[in-house]
Design a protein around this ligand. Structure first.
Ligand code: OOB
Length: 538
């Protein structure tokens, strides 16, 4: 393998025209000039035209500057889906700062770890929402990281977007980063305990969003719904919010990924496309099976990704939805695969399609990083104009990349005879619970603190609804060890709300492999058998 420097790759993406000299801040100004009074964003309460969005972002940038946020500073963003999320994101960009895209599910553990890595100087946060006092949580982070001088809430942003003095053109120009600089930090699902931050550059992120939108044939008549958390890559830029804005379409933001919010909004805003994880798709189909009163005639494409889409669910979606189904295999680190609108039905059901850019390089390799014969299983590794070559301030994670700049996805996959990618599952123990990624050893560490438990192992168990559910096996656990007690312990430790235990099993001895390691495969079988037995008894 030839070591390739990052510089060489960067130069080649610029030379070949994939990266253009523009930033996320430039992007919204250019889009506003082109689209003017067309609606850019709409949510359950508010709507903004392209011009209003650009203006609001400029005012939020003005507020940030007034609060002392400087060019290149990091700003934590934790906000529910609404037009103000996008205003904040682009406002941070216009101020020449770098947003850290936290999810509403993140709690003190994750926020603290992001703050430690990225040293943000400001935090834009929800008001208290769905029982969580977000501003109080932000203040706790601030108490630990005093470099975080400013906390701005949702209400501060809405007010600033209407009233604050905008940054003038000279100030925006003075703060403008290079197009090769980091434009945003997104969160990795992670294969290590410490969540890593993913540095995406201005030019790479815009290239990704536009390439994906072009792949799907999106245009200004599209109204694309964002129902998953807006800070997640899938809906932020694949093609999501930025892809839709890049073609002059309308972004429809839905606060919660629940069918009774999604379906009325599809009807009201004549939505044409949506991105879903399989668990949400399943809930939508369930609702449609007993309520067919919605006018869904505008809906032309459904993207499903984030975790394995079971064949049965894919077939049901094809049958019940008015739209084309696309499978998406994506990563926050970059590389995206997608099935095309004209792919045969069996391809869409059984594969994740092709890489979205002609410049994506990818292969399936064995543990020595040698390419396996066509059709054989191995690890998917990828390199290209929108895939990272290292994590943010995380030298310990260099093993996630090869010497020649390929990102090691940690996913087991093979290439079907027709050339399409088929993802089989994780190589590591990482659990994919409804699209949310969970590392067993992290939860094991927390649960081991419980006095009632001697030893604990956490495994992912196949689950019809979630793809995988989380099962904790304990030795020495008393009857008091239950999903409820485990989860209240996790909540008290400030662990993200999606990292939860669905099933608990108490055992006396670990099953061991031939070499004496804990046999985790056997644990998964036991968890399945135990659940089946419970179901039979019910
Ligand atoms: C998306 O991004 P992340 O960073 O939360 O998770 C990436 C991981 C992949 O490495 C893979 O393990 C899993 O999620 N995954 C899938 C999948 N799509 C993603 N596993 C099986 N089948 C699929 N279709 O999840 C993400 C980012 C951008 C677009 C779409 C998804």
């Amino acid at each position: 393998m030839n070591p390739v420097t990052e510089r060489e790759l960067v130069d080649s993406y610029i030379r070949r025209g994939y990266w253009q000299d523009r930033t996320l801040g430039d992007f919204i100004s250019t889009r506003a000039q082109a689209e003017g009074d067309r609606i850019a964003l709409v949510d359950q309460r508010d709507a903004l035209t392209y011009r209003e969005l650009d203006d609001a972002a400029g005012r939020v940038a003005g507020l940030l500057a007034q609060k002392g946020v400087e060019k290149g500073d990091r700003v934590m963003l934790q906000m529910k889906n609404s037009v103000w999320h996008v205003v904040s994101f682009l406002g941070i960009a216009k101020a020449g700062a770098i947003p850290i895209m936290a999810l509403c599910a993140h709690r003190l553990r994750e926020l603290g770890s992001f703050a430690e890595r990225a040293e943000p100087t400001a935090f834009i946060v929800n008001e208290a929402h769905q029982g969580i006092d977000y501003p109080a949580m932000a203040r706790e982070v601030q108490a630990r990281f005093p470099g975080m001088k400013t906390i701005l809430t949702f209400d501060d942003i809405v007010r600033a977007a209407r009233q604050a003095s905008p940054l003038d053109a000279a100030a925006i120009a003075a703060r403008r980063p290079a197009f090769t600089d980091i434009g945003l930090l997104t969160c990795s699902g992670g294969s290590t305990n410490i969540p890593k931050l993913i540095p995406r550059r201005h030019a790479d992120y815009l290239y990704d969003a536009e390439t994906f939108a072009a792949f799907l044939g999106m245009n200004r008549n599209d109204a694309f719904m964002i129902a998953l958390p807006a800070s997640h890559n899938f809906v932020l830029g694949n093609p999501g919010i930025l892809g839709t804005l890049s073609v002059g379409g309308t972004v429809v933001l839905c606060e919660n990924p629940s069918p009774d919010e999604i379906l009325p909004m599809i009807e009201e805003h004549r939505v044409t496309g949506i991105s879903l994880v399989p668990a949400v798709l399943s809930a939508v189909l369930e609702t449609l099976s007993w309520d067919d009163s919605y006018d869904l005639s505008s809906w032309r494409m459904t993207l499903v990704g984030g975790s394995v889409l079971e064949e049965q669910l894919a077939r049901k979606a094809m049958l019940m939805l008015p739209s084309t189904l696309h499978q998406v295999f994506g990563t926050a680190e970059g590389i995206n695969f997608c099935t095309a609108a004209d792919d045969p039905e069996e391809v869409v059901i059984a594969s994740q399609g092709k890489a979205i850019s002609e410049a994506d390089e990818w292969k399936i390799v064995d543990e020595n990083l040698n390419e396996v014969p066509r059709g054989a299983s191995g690890e998917l590794i990828a390199r290209g104009p929108y895939t990272i070559q290292h994590y943010y301030r995380a030298p310990e994670a260099e093993g996630s990349f090869t010497d020649d700049g390929f990102y090691r996805t940690g996913d087991r996959a093979h290439v079907a005879p027709n050339g399409y990618l088929v993802v089989e599952g994780r190589i590591t123990d990482q659990i994919n619970r409804g699209g949310e990624k969970i590392v067993p050893s992290e939860l094991e560490g927390y649960l081991a603190e419980l006095p009632s438990i001697e030893e604990v192992q956490v495994v992912g168990v196949p689950d019809e609804l979630l793809g995988q559910r989380v099962c904790a096996f304990a030795i020495g656990g008393s009857d008091g060890f239950s999903p409820a007690s485990a989860n209240s312990h996790l909540a008290s430790l400030g662990v993200a709300s999606h990292k939860r235990i669905d099933q608990v099993e108490l055992i006396d001895m670990w099953p061991l492999t031939a070499v004496g390691k804990i046999d985790r495969k056997r644990l998964v079988e036991w968890a399945q058998a135990s659940r089946n037995q419970t179901n039979r008894q019910l």
